[in-house]
Design a binder for this molecule. Structure first.
Ligand code: DQA
Length: 147
């Protein structure tokens, strides 16, 4: 079975109550459930993880490089600051999809730069929780096109 790591960065554990006007009311547990439902239907094993700590995210990216066929990552604010996360993603040899609930390009200037986009296969932003399942759909295609 193909494995996809879905990694979530800082403050995403607060989804549902965190700035709902920006991020909506869906909780991370609900997003996880929709990813698991998609995975079950499409033969993908899902490792769904969240941390507020940069080093923990890097450890998981390295694990994903060894144990998975793809990474879907919402790095939260580390998107805009972390060269270390960018380098970790660049070091692993699996496709990476960067995801954001909000459209970072419509927001403050400091959110317009993403260190992660340079090393991502693709980027989904501004589509809310649906972006996660769209990312998985892309993986389903990417993974099968790797045969
Ligand atoms: C986010 C966008 C980031 O700018 C922000 O720091 C987040 C969430 C998003 O999903 O829209 O924490 O990654």
């Amino acid at each position: 079975m193909k494995t996809v790591y879905i990694l979530n960065g800082p403050n995403l554990n607060l989804l549902g109550t965190r700035e709902p006007e920006v991020y909506g009311k869906t909780t991370l547990a609900e997003i996880e459930q929709s990813c698991r439902d998609f995975g079950a239907k499409h033969g993908l094993e899902i490792q769904f993880l969240q941390s507020n700590h940069e080093g923990q995210l890097i450890d998981w990216i390295q694990d994903a490089g060894k144990k998975s066929q793809g990474i879907l990552i919402n790095p939260g604010a580390y998107t805009h600051t972390s060269i270390a996360i960018r380098d970790a993603l660049s070091a692993v040899h699996v496709p990476v999809i960067e995801i954001h609930l909000s459209n970072i390009h419509r927001r403050e200037q400091f959110r317009h730069r993403s260190y992660v986009s340079q090393v991502a296969t693709g980027v989904i932003c501004g589509l809310g929780p649906a972006g996660y399942v769209l990312g998985l759909q892309a993986f389903a295609g990417l993974v099968s096109s790797e045969r």
